[in-house]
Design a protein around this ligand. Structure first.
Ligand SMILES: Nc1ncnc2c1ncn2[C@@H]1O[C@H](COP(=O)(O)OP(=O)(O)O)[C@@H](O)[C@H]1O
Ligand SMILES: [Mg+2]
Length: 234
């Protein structure tokens, strides 16, 4: 069986203009990601990782080229439809977690469902289930400052999964974690991918490429697939 194409990027360019300066952040980028895959987008600071992730997530529009998410061409969607696609099909995970400090773990995970209009009972139960999935059953009433960095990122991942997205986009999700905790978070992403959610991780953390199904390198806005090491094939 051919697995479903979740992300399709063709010929994407992104030029930023600041005054008289032009930055070509992405140059002719092509990328296809299939369902259930965990992909690493690697590159040093300034190579264009966040720009590409934002374009895939419909937060930014390319200067040229096309992006399809689950078969929908983003440039043809009216604003409202794009907002709904972002809300229902895409989950975002951030380096600094971006949790709301006055809300408990449970309330943070419930929030996107609240916004999407999920009834109270259903969103409460789903938030509990998601916190269980990420291993935080005993922390549901803790607020972010009462949690470790790794625990906060688990809440961030549970929140990203709240509206049952087909695609998770994570920007440097291990950037503020120690290596042991970071590895646990990467293994959690891998488990989520094995449940059929596609995961795209932008990072400069080399551990991610050891765990991901495929690794792409971004160098000055040019994306290339990294060939697997011979040792990994044999
Ligand atoms: N809003 C912006 N305006 C102008 N230049 C930007 C903007 N955002 C990013 N850039 C530039 O685009 C390039 C890629 O940035 P970015 O995608 O953030 O890279 P990365 O996430 O890999 O560090 C960098 O040269 C950066 O300075
Ligand atoms: Mg970045």
């Amino acid at each position: 069986m051919v697995s479903k194409e979740i992300v399709r990027v063709v010929g994407v360019e992104r030029v930023y203009r600041a005054g008289h300066e032009e930055v070509r952040a992405l140059r002719s980028v092509d990328l296809t990601v299939h369902q259930g895959k965990m992909i690493a987008l690697m590159g040093r600071s300034g190579s264009g990782k966040t720009t590409l992730l934002n374009i895939i997530g419909g937060l930014d529009r390319p200067t040229a080229g096309q992006v399809w998410i689950g078969g929908q061409l983003l440039s043809q969607l009216p604003d409202q439809a794009l907002t709904e696609l972002r809300r229902n099909q895409i989950g975002f995970v951030f380096q600094s977690f971006a949790l709301i400090p006055v809300l408990s773990a449970l309330e943070n995970v419930e929030l996107p469902m609240h916004i999407a209009g999920v009834p109270r009972g259903a969103r409460h139960q789903r938030a509990l289930d998601l916190l269980h999935l990420v291993g935080l059953t005993k922390r549901v009433h803790h607020r972010p400052f009462e949690l470790s960095g790794g625990e906060q990122q688990r809440v961030g991942i549970a929140r990203a999964l709240a509206n049952q997205p087909s695609l998770l986009l994570a920007d440097e999700p291990t950037g503020e974690l120690d290596s042991v905790t970071g590895l646990q978070i990467l293994k959690l992403f891998l488990r989520i991918a094995s449940d059929g959610v596609t995961v795209v991780i932008a990072t400069h953390d080399p551990t991610v490429s050891e765990i991901a199904h495929e690794t792409y390198d971004l160098v000055d806005g040019v994306l290339g697939l990294r060939e697997p090491e011979l040792a990994e094939i044999v």
